[in-house]
Design a protein around this ligand. Structure first.
Ligand SMILES: [Zn+2]
Length: 182
């Protein structure tokens, strides 16, 4: 799946992680005062949130790769010529990161960014394979090394799957951002 989809889904997982963290760590958003123990506890809580978001992003990438998809941006050029597919992917990824920065506020924005980058992180496999640095069998993600079958392009089903998860993630981020600012 294209990197921008992975970033959007990862970021949505980050927001979900932070917004449910209050159930596990009810005081996570409260200031500590001079207590060192409180600061330590707060650091552990935030590290858990960031770690869970990042891990969730990476796992979502591996799972999403097994859904039917078409890598539309990589394979079907828009505006830029086909040879510049990597630049297209990069620009779209940047745009989504920018939307997250604009749309969200406070620390949840940082959690969303970390988890979104986590979502795109396994694509370093594809970059390394494309550049000839590693063999496909050496890829870390089971969805890239061939251990797990990649989701195929099944026409309309793939389009619905890939755009469906993208729009769901984007919609969730949008409504969360609206609620935050409203
Ligand atoms: Zn992938």
């Amino acid at each position: 799946m294209d990197a921008y989809v992975h970033i959007a889904v990862g970021a949505a997982i980050g927001v979900l992680t932070k917004s449910t963290a209050a159930l596990v760590f009810p005081a996570i958003d409260e200031e500590c005062g001079p207590s060192v123990l409180c600061k330590l506890a707060r650091s552990i809580e935030w590290a858990t949130v960031y770690g869970t978001g990042l891990t969730g992003g990476v796992i979502s990438h591996v799972l999403l790769d097994t859904l039917p998809h078409g890598d539309y941006l990589a394979h079907y050029g828009l505006l830029l010529p086909d040879s510049l597919w990597l630049l297209r992917e990069f620009l779209a990824a940047l745009l989504i990161l920018l939307l997250i920065i604009i749309g969200l506020r406070g620390r949840i924005r940082l959690v969303a960014l970390v988890a979104g980058i986590g979502g795109a992180l396994p694509d370093l496999d594809n970059l390394a394979i494309g550049m000839g640095w590693i063999e496909r069998s050496q890829a870390l993600s089971p969805s890239h090394s061939g251990v797990w079958p990649q989701g195929q392009n099944l026409g309309a089903i793939s389009l619905v799957c890939e755009m469906g998860v993208f729009l769901l993630a984007l919609g969730y981020l949008y409504f969360y951002g609206r609620r935050q600012s409203g």
